[in-house]
Design a protein around this ligand. Structure first.
Ligand code: HPA
Length: 247
């Protein structure tokens, strides 16, 4: 079964025929909302909206541990995260879709591990390649099959939010090697790694990051919504191809 975590702009999957909704409790509390089970192109799929179905949970309050735990318990063999980001270099403008291959974590104060003391011996998971390499390739193949153009690779900077960044902060992230910036990529990715569920992301650039391109003086939220609406349709297309072709 494939799990899909939907972010801003993707609170439901229109190509998922929902057959069952399940409210799950975990040792870490409640996930962002009910798990939605169904099929995309005959492929068993489970979907959860990261920010809740009413988009009320801010990035720093998402119960990432409960979400990933619930998906694993439900039988997820792979997790595809969909999220919107700000693009830092000129060519990563609104509407660009990328499959990142690296992460830098700037978040703080989040419950970022399952190895939090107690009975379980600590495991220091390998995180050299934070996104599952094979799953990335499968997504890239599905994107090619769907005819949707995506960028292969890029470094995701995970910031705390919920505010957007200052232009100075974006300059620092760029100096650090980041290409895109978002608020939810961590600890989601590492929690999936700790539970040994392959995890990869499809990122949609919603806006130029602060101080860049059209966002030189401010980021216009109205334009973000319009961009996401179109781009998430393309993401659904990629997911449909992914589900149709994966075994
Ligand atoms: N910064 C952080 N997160 C985001 C942005 C951004 O510019 N756009 C969409 N999510």
């Amino acid at each position: 079964m494939i799990a899909i975590i939907g972010g801003s702009g993707l609170t439901h999957l229109s190509n998922l025929d929902v057959t069952r909704r399940e409210v799950v409790r975990t040792p870490y509390g409640e996930p962002s909302g009910a798990l939605q089970f169904g099929h995309v192109c005959d492929q068993q799929t489970v979907f959860i909206a990261r920010h809740g179905y009413g988009h009320t949970i801010p990035p720093h309050k998402v119960n990432y541990r409960a979400n990933i735990w619930a998906l694993k318990q439900a039988g997820a063999q792979a997790i595809i995260s969909v999220a919107s980001v700000g693009g830092i270099p000129e060519h990563m403008g609104p509407g660009v879709i990328l499959i990142p291959d690296q992460i830098i974590d700037y978040t703080w104060g989040r419950e970022a591990t399952y190895f939090d003391g107690g009975e379980t011996p600590v495991v220091h998971v390998d995180f050299t390649e934070p996104y599952d390499a094979a799953l990335r390739q499968q997504i890239l193949k599905a994107a090619r099959g769907s005819g949707e153009e995506v960028l292969d690779g890029g470094t995701y900077a995970a910031t705390q939010g919920p505010r957007l960044e200052s232009a100075g902060e974006i300059t620092r992230l760029e100096r650090d090697g980041a290409h895109v910036v978002g608020m939810t990529g961590m600890p989601e990715a590492v929690l999936a790694r700790e539970l040994e569920v392959p995890y990869a992301a499809i990122l949609v650039v919603a806006n130029h990051a602060a101080g860049r391109g059209k966002s030189e003086h401010s980021i216009q939220m109205s334009e973000i919504e319009a961009t996401l609406k179109v781009a998430m349709g393309r993401v659904r297309n990629i997911l449909q191809h992914f589900c149709a072709t994966c075994v």
